[in-house]
Design a protein around this ligand. Structure first.
Ligand code: ADP
Ligand code: MG
Length: 356
């Protein structure tokens, strides 16, 4: 088949040993590096003809030009600007009548809004930490908080410790070691930092103190299945660090010369807990309308009950096993190579369209 590959290329992703991520461009943190784009292209090219389409200013013209010849587009583009950025390429693809892999614009936009995602999870009684979201300190609430909380009072009713995150970011952007707050003063300062840095609301959640897992899902409908779970282990973080997969843990403390031992896959977990995590993840996948694949973050509360943190419907897929990339790691634990994983995602979409 003729496959288009839509992607955003990270222009400068150097976070070398000598240079902690000073050159790191935060706005491109979610984008892919050349190595990943090459690896996906090569994986698809094992069975198909691949046309690369960078999701830049001329994306629409290129999609228009290639429309007649492409059977499907493999979409890994994270988009350019704004809170609906992940929806931009899928919206163009739908406008032009393309078939494409992964979720649709609505799901991609919803999952990039951590509070809207949690409202939907709450509606379906899927466990997620109690939360509130605010535009600024004393600002207008972005949304009416759920989980039994009302209006601006919601913030006052949450129990410390809390964690403060930007509403519309991923890749641990804006989530630092000190985003876990234990006082009202720290809460105010951290909300202000998020609002000033990202010009977007903050979401404030009760801090779930238990173990953390991330769950890769492949498939659609009754065929959707989880891959072996990855545990995020915080034992090797610097002494005194909060147990969070923070910006520092992802981009500063995990270095090529001193890789952070942070993932355990398959997670050492009892069958009952594994089944419950699988159940809530598959349910979350379904109610958010995810398609083909997704990675879901989960954390346990003080009573070891799992809660959904967030969904990643465009999962990170770094090819190098030495890089800490959870979806390919989970696939390897299931006996799938990188080439098999990429082609499995493609075939899942082809099956959804009735093409195979
Ligand atoms: N409510 C919470 N309780 C405990 N830890 C949390 C909570 N929310 C986020 N975290 C920590 O912060 C990390 C990043 O948060 P997440 O919502 O997954 O954002 P991102 O989109 O940047 O991955 C999580 O992997 C987890 O370690
Ligand atoms: Mg996450």
């Amino acid at each position: 088949m003729n496959i288009g590959l839509t992607y955003n290329l990270k222009k400068d992703c150097s976070s070398s040993d000598e240079e902690p991520p000073s050159k790191f461009i935060d706005s491109e943190a979610e984008w892919d590096d050349q190595e990943t784009i090459d690896a996906v292209r090569e994986a698809l090219a094992v069975h198909h003809n691949v046309t690369l389409i960078e999701a830049n200013d001329t994306a629409y013209e290129k999609l228009l030009q290639h429309r007649a010849k492409l059977d499907i587009v493999f979409n890994m583009a994270e988009g350019m600007n704004g809170v609906s950025r992940e929806a931009q390429i899928p919206a163009m693809l739908e406008f032009l009548g393309y078939r494409y892999t992964a979720s649709d614009p609505l799901t991609l936009t919803l999952c990039l809004d951590k509070a809207r995602t949690k409202e939907i999870l709450s509606y379906y009684q899927i466990p997620t930490a109690r939360f509130s979201s605010v535009i600024g300190w004393n600002g207008v609430p972005h949304s009416a908080p759920r989980n039994g909380l009302n209006g601006t009072n919601g913030l006052n009713r949450l129990k410390y410790p809390l964690i403060v995150k930007p509403l519309h970011e991923g890749s641990s952007k804006g989530i630092f070691n000190d985003s876990v707050v234990r006082s009202r003063a720290a809460l105010r300062d951290t909300i202000m930092r998020v609002v000033e840095q990202y010009q977007e609301p903050a979401v404030i959640e009760e801090f779930l103190p238990g173990r953390e897992f991330t769950v890769a899902i492949l498939g659609n409908g009754d065929d959707a299945r989880t891959l072996p779970m990855v545990e995020i282990c915080f034992d090797h973080l610097p002494e005194g660090a909060n147990p969070v997969y923070s910006y520092e843990a992802k981009w500063v403390w995990d270095r090529p010369s001193a890789p952070l031992k942070i993932f355990e896959c398959p997670a050492d977990i009892n069958e009952e807990l594994r089944a419950e995590i699988e159940r809530i993840c598959l349910r979350a996948y379904k109610v958010l309308g995810c398609r083909d694949w997704c990675r879901i973050d989960v954390r346990l509360d003080e009573q070891d009950r799992p809660h959904i943190l967030e969904l990643n419907p465009l999962p990170g897929i770094l090819p190098n096993p030495e890089d800490n990339s959870c979806f390919p790691k989970a696939a390897r634990a299931a006996g799938m190579s990188y080439v098999q994983l990429i082609n499995c995602a493609l075939e899942t979409a082809l099956r959804r369209y009735g093409l195979i």
